[in-house]
Design a protein around this ligand. Structure first.
Ligand code: HXC
Length: 516
């Protein structure tokens, strides 16, 4: 080194070596699979020129199985921070080109460091997963590394948003970090499983492919593990950016309000005729949502799973809200095990991060049958009741049609703490539907009548007129206002403003015991 000058040769050499990851050939192989490299993903994720890498020169310290000859700078993960639409986030990105992105102690320490920094600063943690799981050669050090990460995932839960992008394999214990995070976005070619096809075959004799076992479609449609299905990696980043736009950076901030581009007093006449003439016919609840929210813009979460309930983010006069809506087009909008789980997790997420909740209710009750009872619908339904009840964010409800029985109570009723409850004039608020109710309370009258069918329909008609309307509930203050469907947007915006600064204290306790 010359005096007065600094010799950058070593640094440059190390940097170049680091950027090669597992080598040119492996990077090319990664691209052939339609995947970006770990560095390219960082560039795609963050605003141009904002990514700052830390710990590029970390290596593992393993000497087993010839590992001393396989030291690669960065140890298989790229970590750092950058800006997403001008807002700070910390990120790690697995490098599959280095030992299959497998996780050892050095790798895990890097991930833990950026998780700690994100938590101190109060900003989201975004994980890009593409890994063969625990680095087998490092034995218990890999397991310890995972557990250190899981522990931080739990500590960060409800404090900063945590989002997992799954862009390749995610196997074994590796699945549990994403599982604790708030949202999982999977590209179509990614997969996740606890035990792979070979072990499955050995244990259960079942022959199953990677995709059929844990592909992106499986986790979006069947298991509910994933929240979003991305066509490809660019789509994955686009979903992430949109999702982040609704979220505060941490639990002490309000969600980011944008300048509204839609008239708060806009009325949608089509809502007045959206309900079919028969109360047993379905209609498009997603269309109802889009007609109410700003610019019809709705980011649906868990779009392909438990479709009898719809959850997602939208804005009302520029402020983010979380929407939970029964979907009459699937199973008549009934609540079952999966839909309760889906709505519970979403409701609790919104409550953690100060996002007001809007429930759109059209629910004929809980799904009957041994499948549901044996599967624990009591437990799962109780979760949703618990979630709405414990939420202290502003809570608004609109009953568009049916609100029967226990499902009336569960779906953000006044009695479990909703702040504003509206109903459309056709709303039916009753212990159960007219047919079921009459079969129970008038069984004798019907069977002994000269014409039982005629008698039943008379009684059903009478019941409907007496109980299946919103006015009894409104007369008791359980419904604050019966509104015309077309004015739903205006009413919700006005109510949200009237309760936005809500502060609700609960008794001090370590934590509640939600019936998981
Ligand atoms: C060490 C690994 C590895 C691992 C892959 N590699 N997984 N090295 N530990 N877990 C290495 C391979 O040896 C190979 O090295 C390179 O990464 C690429 O792997 P390939 O198999 O050639 O790639 P591909 O055909 O694309 O298959 C990818 C894969 C497969 C499906 C992920 O590698 C695989 O099944 N890996 C094991 C997955 C798994 O069962 N993980 C669970 C581990 S146990 P070379 O040098 O040949 O290029 C676990 C428990 C953790 O995670 C518990 C925490 C609580």
């Amino acid at each position: 080194m010359c005096s007065g000058t600094v010799d950058f040769t070593d640094l440059e050499k190390k940097r170049n070596e680091h950027f090669l990851g597992g080598g040119k050939e492996k990077q090319e192989e990664q691209r052939r699979k339609g995947k970006l490299t770990a560095f390219e993903r960082m560039k795609s994720l963050f605003d141009a020129g904002t990514f700052v890498e830390i710990d590029p020169f970390v290596t593992h310290e393993c000497h087993e199985f010839g590992m001393e000859n396989k030291k690669i700078l960065g140890d298989g993960v790229v970590t750092g921070y950058g800006m997403i639409d001008g807002r700070l986030a910390y990120t790690f990105s697995h490098d599959f080109t280095v030992l299959g992105g497998s996780l050892g102690w050095g790798f895990a320490s890097k991930v833990c460091k950026i998780m700690d920094l994100a938590l101190k600063q109060g900003v989201p943690i975004i994980g890009i997963n593409d890994s063969g799981g625990a680095r087998i050669q490092e034995g218990v050090m890999s397991l310890a590394g995972y557990a250190e990460i899981f522990h931080r995932n739990v500590k960060a839960s409800g404090v900063v948003p945590q989002i997992s992008l799954i862009m390749g394999p995610c196997a074994g214990g590796a699945v549990y970090s994403p599982a604790i995070t708030d949202f999982i976005i999977m590209t179509k070619s990614a997969f996740m499983f606890v035990t792979g096809p070979e072990v499955v075959k050995e244990v259960t004799k079942e022959n199953v492919s990677f995709n059929d076992l844990g592909g992106a479609e499986i986790h979006n449609e069947k298991s509910g593990v994933a929240h979003f299905l991305a066509e490809d990696e660019q789509d994955c980043f686009a979903i992430l950016r949109k999702l982040v736009s609704f979220l505060p950076s941490n639990n002490l901030e309000d969600p980011p309000r944008v300048a509204p581009k839609d008239d708060p007093n806009r009325q949608d006449q089509e809502l007045d005729s959206i309900l079919p003439s028969s109360p047993n016919k379905p209609y498009d609840m997603e269309a109802v949502i889009r007609k109410i929210v700003d610019n019809g813009d709705f980011l649906e979460v868990h779009k392909y799973w438990a479709k009898n309930i719809i959850v997602g983010f939208a804005r009302l006069d520029g402020s983010p809200v979380g929407i939970v809506a029964n979907n009459p087009e699937v199973l008549a909008g009934v609540l079952d095990i999966d839909s309760c789980d889906k709505a519970t997790r979403f409701t609790r997420f919104c409550d953690c991060f100060n996002i007001p909740l809007v429930a759109l209710v059209d629910v004929p009750g809980f799904l009957p049958g041994t499948g549901q009872e044996w599967g624990g619908i009591i437990r799962h339904g109780a979760k949703l009741l618990y979630a709405f009840s414990e939420a202290t964010v502003p809570k608004l409800t609109v009953i568009t049609r049916k609100a029967y029985g226990g499902a009336y109570c569960v779906m953000n009723s006044k009695h479990i703490g909703a702040d504003y409850n509206f109903a459309w004039p056709n709303a039916e608020i009753a212990v159960m539907g007219p047919e079921g109710a009459c079969n129970i309370i008038f069984r004798k009258d019907i069977s002994e009548a000269e014409n039982p069918e005629e008698k039943r329909s008379e009684l059903v008609q009478d019941y409907r007129e007496r109980f299946s309307n919103p006015y009894i509930a409104a007369s008791k203050g359980y419904i604050d206002l019966v509104i015309e469907p077309k004015e739903t947007r205006t009413r919700l915006i006005s109510a949200l403003k009237a309760i936005y600064k809500k502060r609700e204290e609960r008794p001090r306790r370590k934590h509640g015991n939600i019936p998981v």
